[in-house]
Unconditional design. Structure first.
Ligand code: UTP
Length: 479
């Protein structure tokens, strides 16, 4: 179909839904702009958008439906005093290791976010973060995948979800780094979907005369993108039935954790999540809750203050289980959620934002106040549909210190300090005590390569294989 023909059809479709203004500058566009606009228009499900406008923009929307009075804290597998001797955890570890050895597990990173808070120019995974070597987030994950492959003598394919905006730069980065030695065919990239932004009347906003203001459809878009891109079918044909899901901004994540995978397998869960006990009431983590007959994550911003503050007789927070966005997801469950005609669809959430756009005269506007709404899917919204969802406790340093902000909490600085705290703890475990400051951060920088150890256990194993003298008066890099 030529552009003119396609244009006539698209225009008619958009007019039917009261969105014909999207093409108001058509006659002023050059050929490239025209085809870009048509491509964007083709991605938009106008009936879905109309539904979202009426449920989320013109009224309050679905997630206020939670009955907060009936909310209960979700049960979880607590960390035992001694993981090495705890029969339950050891059984889980054996099950997880056996799934890994059988090649049933793929690593999966969601890396399609815009990273606006960090304000870094480039895909977030290319952000340098390790304390001495300045390895990027992607390199750290790659080395963990590589080390786990060796440890379990298996293949662990790695799937990375990108966005339209960062897809090419992400692929280029991996090519330039020779896929960090993992093999090009073992690392797969696919783009997530996009959603248009609308103003408070539900009208689609134009970013320029020839382009719709579109943004990634949230990390929950991963599920449908896995299906649409063919990645899901590829996994099925490779015999992979378990996905180890993590976010691109968290270099602490173990990437594949046999204990966690094992609990998932043993409980017959279709989606499992790691939890951290919240450090303080207002910590910005979603809460694992039981609502009626299902498990769900209630976002920190949606949780009523009196529930967030609730404590038991011993003073422990009642809703203590915080979500750290680490999941094990069964491939069959994603297939079920995304198959045609499935009634198990994730709800969209709205984010009210300042959205740069052009007005009806074609003049660029940079609003000082929020002027519109973006729509996002959240991956944890799959939990209510999951059979036997299982929540497993983890340790903060062992799994979670994200890079979200340019400074302060969850920033580059806090993450670099946390990595070094963790490495100093591992060294202390094998009898090497480094000097630390009052905040527990080593005075002289320390870094341990994931290829040497990516968890306390793998570190101990490598350490036990030989003797080494460390000069603790200088930065220590162990590889
Ligand atoms: P965040 O919620 O931190 O969002 O994403 P963000 O877009 O990266 O950052 P801000 O809010 O603009 O500062 C958490 C994880 O989910 C991924 C991100 O890449 C990150 O790994 N994500 C988020 C996606 O893959 N797609 C999205 O549409 C949103």
């Amino acid at each position: 179909m030529d552009d003119q023909n396609e244009f006539a059809k698209a225009k008619e479709r958009f007019e039917r839904f009261g969105q014909g203004h999207v093409f108001q500058f058509w006659d002023t566009l050059d050929e490239g702009e025209k085809s870009n606009l048509l491509e964007q228009a083709g991605e938009i499900d106008l009936a879905e958008l109309e539904g979202l406008v009426s449920s989320l923009v013109k009224s309050e929307g679905a997630h206020s439906e939670t009955d907060y009075d009936a909310l209960k804290p979700a049960p979880y597998e607590p960390l035992p005093n001694d993981i090495e001797t705890d029969p339950r955890w050891q059984e889980a570890k054996a099950a997880g290791e056996s799934a890994l050895r059988a090649g049933r597990v793929a690593a999966f990173t969601v890396a399609g976010g815009q990273g606006t808070r960090l304000g870094y120019d480039g895909p977030k995974g290319t952000f340098p973060i390790s304390p001495i070597q300045n390895k990027t987030l992607f390199q750290l994950f790659a080395e963990k995948v590589k080390a786990a492959r060796v440890r379990y003598d298996c293949d662990i394919p790695w799937y990375i979800m990108t966005s339209q905006a960062n897809h090419e730069a992400t692929e280029r980065f991996f090519r330039e780094n020779d896929f960090f030695g993992l093999g090009a065919s073992r690392v797969s990239f696919f783009r997530q979907g996009r959603m248009p932004a609308v103003d408070f009347d539900g009208k689609i906003l134009l970013e320029s005369k020839g382009s719709i203001a579109m943004s990634p459809d949230g990390h929950g878009g991963a599920l449908r993108a896995l299906e649409r891109s063919g990645a899901l079918s590829e996994m099925e044909s490779r015999g992979i039935d378990l996905l180890s899901y993590f976010q691109v901004d968290n270099p602490h994540v173990q990437v594949v954790d046999p204990y966690f995978i094992g609990f998932h397998v043993l409980s017959g869960s279709s989606m499992s999540s790691k939890m951290l006990p919240k450090a303080y009431e207002k910590e910005k983590l979603g809460h694992f809750c039981i609502a009626g007959d299902h498990l769900e994550v209630v976002e920190y911003s949606d949780m009523p203050d009196e529930l967030t503050a609730l404590r038991d007789d011993s003073g422990k927070l009642t809703f203590i289980a915080g979500s750290v966005a680490i999941h094990t997801v069964s491939v069959g469950f994603i297939r079920e959620l995304t198959s045609e005609g499935s009634s198990l669809s994730l709800p969209f959430h709205k984010a009210v934002k300042k959205i740069a756009h052009v007005d009806s005269e074609g003049t660029g506007v940079k609003p000082g106040e929020p002027n519109g709404v973006k729509f996002e899917l959240f991956v944890f919204d799959a939990l209510p549909f999951a059979g036997r969802p299982t929540i497993v406790e983890t340790t903060r340093l062992g799994d979670f210190s994200p890079v979200k902000n340019a400074e302060g909490v969850d920033s580059e600085a806090s993450c670099r300090a946390d990595q070094q705290r963790l490495f100093a703890d591992w060294l202390a475990d094998v009898g090497v005590n480094v000097d630390r400051d009052a905040d527990g951060v080593p005075v002289v920088p320390v870094e341990i390569s994931p290829l040497f150890g990516y968890s306390l256990e793998s570190f101990r194993e490598s350490w036990g294989k030989g003797s080494r003298e460390l000069d603790l008066s200088r930065p220590v890099y162990i590889e």
